[in-house]
Design a protein around this ligand. Structure first.
Ligand code: SAM
Ligand code: DTB
Ligand code: SF4
Length: 359
């Protein structure tokens, strides 16, 4: 008999989010211990392989070309540079490397070929390889899978309703389509979002509703706290209280018991005690290294000291899923055509910031 998969409702998720904090954390911690080794936290490293100049208008993002931030456009990293960065990350305890590109979507050609080569190279170092390259087709996902890609990160970012207040250049459905394409290729899905963008609690729960009702649920869910960057439409937003992060992590744990929850952007403003509470509530990964993609992150030695204080050990690679095999590249160019949507709505704040000089 097949076990029926639970379909979550927004009311159920909101009720969990609003429960008394200590009850919430206790329940989440219990579920965490039933499904994971609670004293292990994965150390992951981010590497921006193509920085800046992105055509999208994501209101939080310092890499959007239309906002004038301190981020400069940089040429794509070479495979050798990636290999060196990956080896260094591994030496410092990382078991996962996530490579990001400031692209709307993956396009066929030299740059994508180079990313495929990067994936092969990092997989050969026995690290979990993750990519976040924007929207991609099923064939492109398959090509990355064949090169040894372990995970693909593509965030829904927020609820379907609030998404329209943040991004106007691509739709929520496009995001879900890419996630579906990744799923079909056999690569594990990493999808989460950001809190602190001015959304309501209902939106935070709405984002979890989307993710928790995916079948199967994502293997990995990053929870980012907004890093407000000067020059973006979200530059004036205050950091969220740590209690919101703890509630978000705990609620994620309860509605997606098996998922790896990643404490992602925003750790520079979180105390160690706050982060410990998040680990207690089910977070099982951090991004380490002094930079995320473009913004600062806590110092790695400070993080290792935090592991020591809390008695945490870094998770070994491939402890949740087997290492993908790297196959021969028999790819002969793109045959599949997808038309990603260009939604018609406009976002006043994003328009106001586009082209405006940095203060
Ligand atoms: N261009 C690709 C895309 O958008 O899918 C990949 C890179 S993008 C930088 C990856 C994710 O980083 C975004 O979906 C968003 O959730 C997160 N992110 C970007 N800027 C952020 C910020 N200022 N604060 C927190 N998270 C951020
Ligand atoms: C995710 O959800 N967070 C990471 C990773 N996936 C790619 C990226 C955070 C980026 C924060 C802003 C920056 O450094 O540019
Ligand atoms: Fe581009 Fe990704 Fe930044 Fe959006 S989040 S502007 S798609 S790099």
């Amino acid at each position: 008999m097949t076990k029926e998969v639970k379909q979550w409702t927004i009311e159920e998720i909101e009720k969990i989010y609003h429960s008394p904090l200590l009850d919430l954390v206790y329940r989440a911690a219990t579920i965490h211990r039933e499904n994971h080794n609670a004293n292990e936290v994965q150390i992951s490293t981010l590497l921006s392989v193509k920085t800046g100049g992105c055509p999208e208008d994501c209101g939080y993002c310092p890499q959007a070309a239309r906002y004038h931030t301190d981020v400069d456009n940089e040429a794509m990293l070479s495979v050798k540079q990636v290999e060196i960065a990956a080896k260094r990350a591994k030496l410092l305890g990382s078991s996962r490397l996530c490579m990001g590109a400031a692209w709307r979507n993956v396009k066929e050609g030299k740059e994508f070929d180079q990313v495929v080569e990067m994936v092969r190279t990092v997989n050969a170092l026995d690290m979990e390889v993750c990519c976040t390259l924007g929207m991609l087709t099923e064939k492109q996902a398959q090509r990355l899978a064949d090169a040894g890609l372990y995970a693909y990160n593509h965030n829904v970012d927020t609820s379907e309703e609030y998404y329209k207040e943040v991004i106007s250049t691509r739709g929520y459905d496009d995001r879900l389509k890419t996630i579906e394409n990744v799923r079909k290729s056999g690569v594990t899905v990493c999808s989460g979002g950001i809190i602190g963008m001015g959304e309501s609690i209902k939106d935070r729960c709405g984002m979890l509703l989307t993710l928790a009702n995916l079948k199967p649920q994502p293997e990995s869910v990053p929870i980012n706290a907004l890093v407000s960057v000067e020059g973006t439409p979200m530059e004036d937003l205050e950091p969220i209280p740590i209690w919101d992060m703890i509630r978000m992590v705990a609620t994620t744990r309860i509605v997606m018991p098996k998922t790896t929850i990643r404490l992602s952007a925003g750790r520079t403003t979180m105390s160690r005690e706050g982060q410990a509470f998040c680990f207690m509530a089910g977070a099982a990964s951090i991004f380490a290294g002094d930079k995320l993609l473009t913004t600062p992150n806590p110092d790695i030695y400070g993080d290792l000291e935090m592991f020591d204080i809390l008695g945490l050990t870094p998770t070994e690679p491939f402890s949740k899923h087997a290492q993908p095999e790297t196959k021969d590249d028999e790819y002969e160019g793109e045959k599949e055509k997808i038309r990603w949507s260009r939604p018609a709505h406009k976002i006043e704040k994003n328009l106001e910031y586009a082209g405006k000089g940095k203060k």
